[in-house]
Design a protein around this ligand. Structure first.
Ligand code: ZN
Length: 145
């Protein structure tokens, strides 16, 4: 392309990194790499964030995992996250697992505010009787197989 542009010189060729250069830079990175540590400022606005035993935990998800074990399967903050990256914390904060864990813990702490209880309180006696019979039938079916 440079030959078509009068008065322009091609740029000097790029230095190709040899394997020794690459391994040298990898060694330097390993030698000088930043040690990631937990920052207390990350706790601001995140009362659920806990640092114990050189790992980060989510108290909300740990509490919810006691009720719903599926939460702990896809969640490093229940077993201990050792990355110490703010980005990991933000991703966890916005994750579906964390949000559902928050809902589980809220329902556990204030059961009267759950949609099911609100619905039960607004049901009339006729509907309650029907629902009771339905549950008794299901119970009998489950017992007698
Ligand atoms: Zn969480």
């Amino acid at each position: 392309m440079w030959r078509f542009l009068p008065g322009c010189e091609p740029p000097p060729p790029k230095k190709v990194k040899s394997n020794e250069d690459v391994s040298e830079s990898a060694k330097n990175y390993e030698k000088n790499k930043r040690q990631r540590v937990f920052q207390n400022s990350w706790k601001q606005g995140r009362t659920w964030l806990v640092c114990e035993d050189n790992a980060m935990f989510c108290s909300v998800c740990k509490e919810a995992a006691a009720v719903d074990a599926t939460i702990s399967h896809k969640n490093s903050f229940t077993s201990g996250n050792c990355q110490f990256k703010l980005e990991s914390i933000k991703l966890h904060e916005e994750s579906r697992n964390h949000k559902s864990a928050k809902a589980i813990v809220a329902a556990k702490n204030r059961p009267c505010e759950t949609p099911v209880v609100k619905f039960l309180l607004t049901m009339n006696s006729e509907t309650k009787e029907k629902l009771s019979k339905l549950f008794k039938t299901c119970h009998a079916l489950a017992i007698h197989n």
